[in-house]
Design a protein around this ligand. Structure first.
Ligand SMILES: C=CC1=C(C)c2cc3[nH]c(cc4nc(cc5[nH]c(cc1n2)c(C)c5CCC(=O)O)C(CCC(=O)O)=C4C)c(C)c3C=C
Ligand SMILES: [Fe+2]
Ligand SMILES: [Fe+2]
Length: 347
């Protein structure tokens, strides 16, 4: 058990380029895609692929996309994470810092800032802002925080909040953030999650024999589920749909942001946005619960590109539901998760 005066909190998100200038976007993409948990090919092959092919080809287009969604005070993801920091700090009355897995602010800066604010710091709670476990999201953020903590030999205790994909407070916050949008006419609600390669799902299967091997694997009980992104996003959608009373035929799941030639989790959002209007689902609501802050992947890929695809294939109306951002119920959920950690007995 730690008291408020002994604790500090770090909200850790993915990160964005420092600006929309191509060299900044290049630097960001290099750091991101050279992460062995994001592109898990052998180091030399990864280096040649990323530095020689993907980043040079992608940087300019990516910079343009970022420029199209950039806000006056910076990247939406960073600005929204800062707003969340202020809200949590206000409600908890403990120091809160933000850190990014890629780019700035670096986790070491966040640890050091907490120490500067309170040299008596006994415990730092890190909340990776990913509801679901994926090697390329939650795991890399948590491992990076641990790596820096060990390297710097900090004396305070480090606690990392686990994925919260099925926690009531998170589910309730997502459901309530969606509820006002359900008042408008709609034929279908699409839960669009960031995709990952199917290979990552099989690789992360701790049993080696469950994920994408057993029929309907996401609904068959297994210890693999603790590390399975596909299972966890399925459960989030089912719990939110149940909470909102959505009939089963009125909602579905898809996966966006595919990169490269490998097979990623299916169905792909882009393909579904072309076919849904042909199935009579012409009024669409899209929600993206893998992202807790709006970012390039929601504001550009879904709200602009996705909308265009849907409407130009016969859709009538397309609404993207904003991410949790600083929704009061989301802030409350974070406060609750941090307080649970603070009340845990230490040995
Ligand atoms: C192999 C590539 C990628 C994997 C695997 C991947 C997994 C993954 N990503 C997120 C969350 C976000 N990704 C974002 C941007 C983004 N993602 C990739 C690649 C992979 N992501 C790239 C190259 C980019 C950069 C933009 C681009 O050029 O398309 C973002 C947005 C960041 C922002 O600044 O707004 C988020 C958030 C998750 C949750 C995830 C695995 C589950
Ligand atoms: Fe991504
Ligand atoms: Fe699985």
């Amino acid at each position: 058990m730690v008291s408020k005066s002994e604790v500090g909190i770090i909200l850790m998100n993915l990160g964005s380029p420092d600006s929309t200038a191509v060299p900044d976007v290049k630097r960001y993409l290099l750091e991101f895609l050279m992460d062995k948990r994001v592109i898990d090919y052998p180091w030399l092959f990864r280096k040649i692929l990323i530095e020689g092919i993907i980043v040079p080809r992608r940087a300019e287009k990516s910079a343009e996309a970022y420029a199209s969604i950039w806000w006056e005070d910076g990247s939406p993801l960073v600005v929204l994470t800062k707003q969340l920091q202020a809200a949590v700090q206000h409600d908890m009355d403990v120091p809160v810092e933000i850190a990014m897995r890629y780019g700035n602010p670096h986790p070491q800066v966040a640890f050091d800032n907490l120490l500067k604010k309170n040299p008596q710091l006994k415990e730092v709670i890190v909340l990776p802002l990913y509801p679901h476990y994926a090697m390329s999201s939650y795991e890399t953020a948590a491992e990076y925080a641990k790596e820096i903590y060990k390297k710097k030999k900090y004396k305070f205790r480090l606690s990392i909040i686990p994925p919260f994909y099925d926690e009531t407070a998170y589910i309730d916050a997502v459901a309530e953030s969606m509820r006002p949008f359900l008042q408008q006419q709609h034929d279908y609600v699409l839960f669009s999650y960031h995709g990952v390669p199917e290979r990552h799902i099989r690789k992360g299967d701790i049993t080696g024999q469950h994920c994408m091997k057993v029929t309907d694997c996401c609904h068959v009980k297994s210890p693999a589920h603790g590390y399975c992104y596909r299972h966890q996003v399925t459960i989030t959608a089912e719990l939110v749909a149940a909470k909102l009373g959505l009939p089963r035929e009125k909602w579905g799941i898809s996966f966006q942001s595919r990169l490269g030639r490998e097979e990623w989790l299916k169905p792909y959002t882009a393909g579904l946005l072309e076919t849904l209007p042909k199935e009579g689902k012409k009024k669409l609501l899209v929600v993206c619960p893998a992202f807790v802050s709006d970012c390039l992947e929601t504001l550009e890929e879904i709200a602009v590109e996705g909308k265009h695809t849907f409407l130009s294939n016969g859709g009538d109306s397309f609404t993207m539901i904003p991410c949790l951002n600083v929704h009061p119920m989301w802030v409350k959920a974070i406060v609750q998760y941090c307080q649970q950690i603070m009340q845990t007995e230490t040995v």
